[in-house]
Each structure stands twice: as C-alpha cells, then as structure tokens.
Design a protein around this ligand. Sequence first.
Ligand code: ADP
Length: 345
Amino acid sequence: MKYPKPSLLILYGSLSTLLFGFMCTLFVHFFISEVESYLFFIIPFLGAVFVFVIFNFFLKKFIQHRLAILYRSVQTKQENINLPYLDESLDEMIENAEEKVEQWRKFQTKEILKLKEQEAFRREFLGNLAHELKTPIFSIQGYILTLLEGGLEDDNINKKFLERASVSTDRIVGILDDLDSITKMEDEKFQLKMESFDIVGLVKETFESLELMAQEKNIVFSLEDPGEPTFVVADREKIGQVLTNLVRNSIAYGNKDGSTTITIFNIDDLTTIEVSDNGIGIEQSELSRLFERFYRVEKSRTRHKGGSGLGLAIVKHIIESHNQKISVKSTPGIGSQFHFSLEKN
Ligand code: ADP
C-alpha cells in the first residue's frame, strides 16, 4: 500500500481538525451554551493552524533529523548509493527511503558474500600452502634423523641423504620464491616496467636457459616466428617469467623424446604467443581451474614433484596485469597449447 507524502498527511490532518473544531463548536452551541457566531470560524481555524504548525515544523523536523542520522550511520563508501542528507525534504527522504535502503541492502549482501569468498579462499590457500611445505619438510626431517642416528658414519648413505635434503630445500625455496612473486604482484604499489623489446629474442633466451632440463627428457625446442624481430610493449622480465613457466611445464608434463614449440604471430595490433607441447595433455574438465593457486590436475602431484603449483597462477597474474588474456587448449594424450597476447609496438 502506498501512503501519501508526509506534507499531504499534515494538510489532511489540519483540514480534519478544522472540521472537528467546527463540529465541537456546533455541539457546544446547541447543547451547552450559546456561542458567538465569529467563534464558529475562529476556533476551528486556530485548531487547524495549531495542528499544522506543530506537525509541519516540530514533528517534521524531528523525524527528518532522526532519519538523516539513521541514513548516515548506514552510509557506505559506495558512490552510487546516495543516501539522503539533512538538506533533503522529508517528502523526498521518505519517497526515496525504500529504494535507497534496498540498494544499501543489496550492496551489503554483496560485500558479505565477497568477504565470505575471501575467507574461504584464505582458508583453502593456507591449507594448500601447509600441504605443499609439509612434503619437503618431512623428508628433510627424515634424512636428518637418519643421519643423526648413525647414518652420518655410513658412507653409503650420508652424501646421498644430504643431496636429497638439499633437493627438498630447493623445493621449499621455489615455493617461497613463487609466493613472493605473487604477493609482490598483488601489492597495490606493484608496477610493470613497460618497455619495447623483441619477443623473438626473449623466446630464444628462454629456450637456452631451459636447454639442459629439456635434454634430460630428450625434448626438442622449436620456434616458429614471423622471420623478423617482433617488438612488443610489455615488462620484459615478467614475460620472461611467463615463458619460463610455460616452457618448464611443457617439459615437466611432456613425454620423453617429445617437442615444445613456440609460435609467434601478429594479428592487428596484437602479437600472440603460443606454447605447445605433445605431452600428456589435460582433461577438458580440469581446464577451468588450471590457473588457480596450487591447483594440480589429479595424479600429477605424484607424477611431477618439482613445481610449486603456483606457476600458472603467476603466469595468469602477469598476463592480466598487462590487460591481456591467456587461454589453454588441451587433449589428453595429444598435448597442450597455451596462448597469450601482448601489445605490438
Ligand atoms: P606445477 O608446479 O604443479 O607445475 P602449475 O601452476 O605450473 O603448477 O601447473 C598446474 C597444473 O597444471 C600442473 O600440476 C599440471 O597438472 C597442469 N599442467 C600445466 N602445464 C601443463 C602442460 N603443459 N601439460 C599438461 N599439464 C599441465
């Protein structure tokens, strides 16, 4: 049901008082004592004016003031919700109240949902982190205990165990380095160092730095480029990290005697880089979660122990902070292709 505006209500109230005053005067005149004729107008008129003044000035101001304070106390930083201020009239205030409080409710519900999501994310993140760190720390603990309990004197195992402990330490350092990268990139002050550079040159550098790792699995690198330097505008160091993570994965999840190919092609004002392999591939159902932190395709946790589980999350973060997109296509048993674009110079 829609109520009339407060101003109209006050007017109706005053008119009713006028009528009521007139009836009362009439009643007194006929049943109690005779009333002078001019009083028939004066008494109802004074009653109506009294009601009008009391409601219009005092009560209206009082309600308006309290409402404005109430609105202010629920006011949010959200700019598109303009809650009423003291300078709005009571009519406007009441008319807009329902709509504004509804807006406010929706905004708060969204905020609560966001906070709940962040909380769930934080919990999952900490759980994953603990899980990732537990494996190498427990193995280091195991090796140290064995060495302390006499293994140190046993030349068959002492060096081997120390080497294994060192590998586990490297794994922890890798996880911490990746976490550090993500944290730095999430910092509000983080800024990309944009410059113009030749992406073909950077791909060649990446291949060189991962050559030894590829040789262990006899994986061949190949580059298909437009045949000339291709200049892009991006943060060279960060794009180097993207290429390293993608190529490293193509080796880690690639088959023995396989191949990793990087293809560079220009479309309009974008340069697209595709990193493809003929490795184990990824199930379609896993693709949407692939870029999440610590997400691993099932079974690969046991298959590949080197990575931090943050590699693709970092890749996505870097590409998105360049306002570009990364996508993946994959077929189990055939191979995977990761594409990302960069702004052409
Ligand atoms: P990780 O340290 O486990 O490699 P990433 O974030 O780099 O972490 O990758 C997440 C998961 O995505 C990997 O565990 C792996 O299951 C899958 N993955 C990534 N790249 C490839 C690829 N080229 N081929 C097959 N699976 C891949």
